[in-house]
Design a protein around this ligand. Structure first.
Ligand SMILES: Cc1ncc(C[n+]2csc(CCOP(=O)(O)OP(=O)(O)O)c2C)c(N)n1
Ligand code: SF4
Ligand SMILES: [Mg+2]
Length: 280
């Protein structure tokens, strides 16, 4: 089996849910390699936060971007190299806060990239401020008397935005994560996996999730109305059960595909050569 380990020292806290995401994605990449997919054609992109360190721990091409800017970097890589699978790793602060507008437009375009959101519902790296998915009353460094805002339901925003693959997993369910990640990566179009990743240090929700999570046995991901109902069932704040699994999946044309005829019409490398020659 291909070894994807790096020699970077892992600095996540003991018990952090990021370990499950790392383990699941490594296993999926290894199985893709065994199935003949060349891993040199995979690019990982990360934001800034605890989640972002994941790219240091996987030995494939990666790009460490800026806070909130995983999506534009991932989109640019995909548009410049159509044969590459681009997987973005982002945090809830990173993508549901600072980078939300990018996420909506990536969904609207149905660009063929995968976004894995480490949704620990807190700013982990900066030591515990509230994020768009923190519950009402969340007490952290910036909200010592409790957050005064209701959380956003990011999957509902993504469904409205036009995402063609949506799923939810948790950092307590490794096998489900592997299955979802693989399907998300193989999906043609914009895929997003919201992972309820537990931050044991600033918001330990293991017990809260363990009491509520379940996989609906008869859910049909091609049914948009059923997907919307599944998304609404747990609203990141109410006390209901939390459904997990592939929520929505639809086949549709992608943004990057629509660029291909244009790419052929323009000899991009010749243009770059011409530009460089002019500058020398
Ligand atoms: C433009 C910009 N704004 C703010 C910061 C400071 N900052 C770094 S990480 C971070 C929070 C990360 O939270 P999240 O995306 O949820 O990731 P986590 O650490 O929880 O994995 C912030 C606010 C920054 N680096 N750049
Ligand atoms: S602060 Fe939270 S998210 Fe960051 S490494 Fe520690 S447990 Fe994980
Ligand atoms: Mg976070």
């Amino acid at each position: 089996m291909i070894n994807l380990a790096t020699n970077a020292q892992n600095t996540w806290c003991t018990g952090c849910g990021n370990f499950a995401i790392l383990s699941a994605i490594k296993s999926v990449l290894q199985s893709m390699a065994e199935d003949g997919f060349p891993l040199e054609n995979v690019v990982l992109v990360s934001g800034i936060g605890c989640h972002a360190k994941i790219v240091d721990y996987i030995n494939v091409n990666s790009f460490y971007s800026l806070h909130g800017r995983v999506v534009p970097v991932a989109e640019a890589i995909k548009l410049s190299r159509s044969n590459v699978r681009v997987i973005g790793f982002s945090g809830d602060g990173d993508s549901y806060g600072e980078g939300m507008e990018h996420l909506i437009f990536a969904a609207k375009r149905n660009i063929d990239i995968t976004m894995i959101i480490h949704n620990n519902r807190v700013y982990g790296l900066t030591t515990g401020q509230y994020t768009p998915t923190s519950p009402l009353g969340f007490k952290g460094r910036s909200t010592p008397f409790g957050s005064k805002e209701l959380p956003i339901n990011p999957l509902e925003v993504m469904l409205a935005g036009g995402a063609t693959f949506l799923a939810r997993g948790t950092s307590h369910g490794l096998e489900l994560l592997k299955k979802i990640f693989k399907e998300a990566i193989l999906h043609k179009g914009f895929s997003l996996v919201d992972v309820l990743q537990v931050c044991v240090t600033f918001d330990n929700l293991y017990e809260y999730y363990d009491k509520r999570i379940y996989e609906p046995p008869a859910h049909d991901p091609s049914d948009r109305t059923a997907a919307a109902a599944m998304i609404r069932e747990w609203d990141y704040d109410n006390d209901s059960k939390i459904p997990l699994g592939i929520i929505y999946k639809k086949d549709a044309g992608t943004f990057d595909e629509r660029f291909k005829p244009q790419e052929k019409a323009v000899d991009r490398d010749a243009k770059i050569r011409e530009y460089l020659e002019r500058r020398i």
